[in-house]
Design a protein around this ligand. Structure first.
Ligand code: FES
Length: 134
């Protein structure tokens, strides 16, 4: 008999939850994005190192639940090595698809990581623009 995923979580979600990749904070990060989950109030932070417009290092920290941890772990894997423009195209839906689905009630948690990544990229670009001005 095929093993059923528990309470609607795929095996992939469980794997990323139990073994999250890229946890922590990039030292002297080039960009940091922080977002709050409007539903539960939990926070997600994504920090990035950028070299020649490529994300060479990315880490996350969250107070969020298992779904937030799993999606953030997934997002960091998707984004590492991508150009900033490619990383901006990582959508909430891509992440959910990549994780092979999440229970609908947890979709708001899975939005945090992609949103925080986009903010980190914005933060990097704003800092770059400021440096260029001076
Ligand atoms: Fe807060 Fe999921 S319940 S991030």
């Amino acid at each position: 008999m095929e093993e059923k995923p528990q309470i609607g979580y795929s095996k992939k979600v469980m794997d990323h939850f139990l073994n999250p990749r890229n946890v922590g904070e990039v030292e002297d990060a080039d960009g940091i994005g922080i977002v709050g989950n409007p539903v539960c109030g939990d926070l997600m932070q994504v920090s990035i190192r950028v070299e020649d417009e490529i994300i060479t290092e990315i880490k996350f920290k969250t107070f969020g639940c298992g779904s937030a941890i799993a999606t953030a772990s997934m997002v960091t894997e998707l984004a590492e090595g991508k150009s900033l423009d490619e990383a901006l195209e990582i959508t909430r839906q891509d992440v959910a698809d990549e994780l092979e689905g999440l229970p609908p009630i947890k979709m708001h948690c899975s939005n945090l990581a992609a949103d925080a990544l986009h903010k980190a990229i914005e933060d990097y670009r704003q800092k770059q623009a400021k440096t260029a001005e001076t």
